[in-house]
Design a protein around this ligand. Structure first.
Ligand code: RTP
Ligand code: MG
Length: 148
């Protein structure tokens, strides 16, 4: 069982695509361990994308991620990090393969809808940055009574 951080970026919220894309992750078999809607401020955006500080697109990227509300969540499941990254497709929506989230819904390099952690180290760092420990649920109780 592995956890990964996902962000429905402001373009996803503004385009009302949150439910449709979340459904893809749930249908795949990933489960939601945390989820919330919030307005990102610049310090949080800069911390999240710290690895890109100094790059030509950095200021525009922070303008973008702080430009409207986001939905941020933790998904968990077998190999969740690589599963989510492969479902997202290439960074540039114009180049992303059809069938992927970016390939199906984005034609932009920046406005590419969803973030997913790129490694176990990134996932740990990002989950701690966006969520307090008590906001991430432990599925310790067998939930089958809700289904059967
Ligand atoms: P993310 O971190 O958001 O999951 O995306 P990623 O790993 O596929 O791509 P990354 O290289 O980490 O870039 C972070 C985000 O910055 C924006 N970007 N804009 N204008 C540009 O050249 C450019 N390059 C990247 C995208 O929003 C990208 O997702
Ligand atoms: Mg990245």
């Amino acid at each position: 069982m592995q956890r990964t951080l996902i962000i429905f970026k402001p373009d996803t919220v503004q385009r009302r695509l949150v439910g449709q894309i979340l459904q893809r992750f749930e249908s795949k078999g990933l489960r939601i361990a945390a989820l919330k809607l919030l307005q990102v401020d610049r310090p949080l955006g800069e911390k999240h994308y710290a690895e890109h500080q100094g790059k030509p697109f950095f200021e525009g990227l922070i303008d973008f991620i702080t430009g409207g509300p986001v939905v941020v969540g933790v998904l968990e499941g077998n190999e969740a990090i690589t599963v989510v990254r492969s479902m997202l497709g290439a960074t540039n929506g114009a180049a992303a393969a059809p069938g992927t989230v970016r390939g199906d819904f984005s034609i932009s390099k920046q406005n590419n809808l969803i973030h997913g952690s790129d490694s176990p180290e990134s996932a740990l760092r990002e989950i701690a940055l966006w969520f307090r420990p008590e906001e991430v649920v432990d599925y310790t109780i067998d939930g089958s009574q809700w289904v059967f």
